[in-house]
Design a protein around this ligand. Structure first.
Ligand SMILES: [Zn+2]
Length: 397
């Protein structure tokens, strides 16, 4: 049992949540078990969707099935703390002035704690429309949990319709974000032919091929930057490519046989990774043909992809969030979330939550206590508006 921080019940709940070291790649079973137990205790039906040993997504439901209800979602994993200068134990919630400090306090166990507290305040047995909670694993390393959940639901429950109004409680400082880019990771393997470095004409230098690939990626980036969209909502309003890692060569006296580039791409809302990768692959074709003619090759391989988000501005739940928002302007988030994948189920996710993305992933990550308390009120208010009110919520303005 972790040392609980004194204060409101939601602060104590957050103390418990951050005490589980759920850095991505580690098992999430115990935290998932706790969240399932809390939902069951509140009278919700709980399903556990296991992706692999130690990796589970939790879905909890209450009220009659209805697409007009409300879905709340958050990820259970957090980013690592190694190499960061924390001034207190990252897995013990610590109060300093009005700040609650711990890994995950802001991104995004604070929202999960607030949702649990809000559910304890509403009449779960008497909801008029469905309330669903979706707690995912491994969001921070590419939204793997939500992708697996979407695939599993489509396969095993093809007729299931979840509430379309979905809130992804990532830290947006209470700003409403209805769209964001996706994130795709791929590798390009450049294959050459090894030779003694004193006889370069007998080999084909894979690092040299990789340099040409980087030039082609740069040209493609310039082309994409010339096609901006959503400039009023996104700080970088075009699809971004980043050559993030390079690995090649074996020794200084060997013509390198292999060089691999790992590339990240952030497709704009409204686009998908597939056609963009096909376009890049077309641009690589002449270089590939030249390499193949000399016994080498250039191969592009998709590693993972999470979808961009593009929820219509006219959704009823966006209107219902306005009283709780810091800013009436609806905007976009620069980072990817589970919302992109969940939209594949026909949902209309909106990213909206407490805390600032500027302190997330950093040492002494924190959430203001007042913002945590405010989140309980906002979640409770939204559940009342969408799941309890007699009138079915208007779908569109
Ligand atoms: Zn997050």
């Amino acid at each position: 049992m972790p040392k609980l921080l004194s204060g409101a019940p939601v602060v104590q709940t957050l103390s418990r949540l951050v005490a589980w070291d759920t850095v991505s790649h580690r098992p999430v079973t115990e935290l998932a078990g706790f969240l399932a137990e809390r939902a069951e205790r509140a009278g919700m039906r709980v399903e556990r969707f296991e992706t692999s040993p130690g990796k589970v997504n939790v879905v909890a439901t209450a009220g009659p099935a209805s697409e007009d209800g409300l879905l709340l979602s958050g990820h259970m994993d957090v980013v690592p703390v190694e190499g960061q200068a924390w001034t207190s134990d990252p897995f013990t919630l610590t109060r300093r002035e009005d700040r609650l400090i711990a890994r995950g306090a802001c991104d995004m166990k604070g929202f999960i704690a607030a949702a649990l507290e809000a559910i304890d305040r509403v009449p779960v047995q008497r909801l008029r429309r469905e309330l669903t909670l979706v707690w995912t694993h491994d969001e921070e390393i590419g939204c793997h949990g939500s992708r697996a959940l979407v695939e599993q639901l489509r396969r095993e429950q093809p007729d299931r319709r979840l509430p379309r109004a979905a809130i992804i409680g990532e830290p947006t400082d209470f700003r409403i974000c209805r769209l964001h880019p996706g994130h795709t990771t791929f590798e390009i393997d450049c294959l050459g032919r090894p030779a003694h470095s004193s006889r370069p004409s007998l080999g084909l230098n894979a690092i040299r091929i990789a340099a040409d690939v980087i030039d082609i990626i740069d040209e493609f980036s310039l082309h994409l930057a010339s096609r901006p969209a959503h400039a009023e909502l996104l700080p970088t309003p075009f699809t971004v490519l980043n050559v993030g890692r390079i690995h090649g060569g074996a020794a200084v006296n060997i013509v390198p046989e292999r060089c691999t580039l790992t590339v990240g791409m952030r497709p704009l809302p409204g686009s998908t990774a597939g056609p963009l990768l096909a376009e890049l692959d077309d641009r690589l074709a002449p270089l590939r043909a030249k390499a193949q003619a000399q016994g080498g090759d250039v191969r592009l391989r998709l590693l993972q992809s999470s979808e961009p988000l593009d929820t219509p501005a006219a959704c009823g739940h966006i209107h219902q969030l306005l009283p709780f928002a810091n800013d009436r302007a609806v905007t976009g988030a620069p980072f990817a979330t589970d919302g992109g994948n969940l939209a594949l189920l026909g949902l209309e996710p909106v990213v909206f939550g407490p805390g600032s993305i500027d302190v997330a992933h950093r040492p002494d990550e924190h959430l203001r206590e007042a913002d945590l308390l405010r989140t309980v009120d906002f979640v409770e208010g939204l559940i009342h508006a969408r799941c309890c009110a007699e009138q079915a919520a208007e779908r569109y303005l």
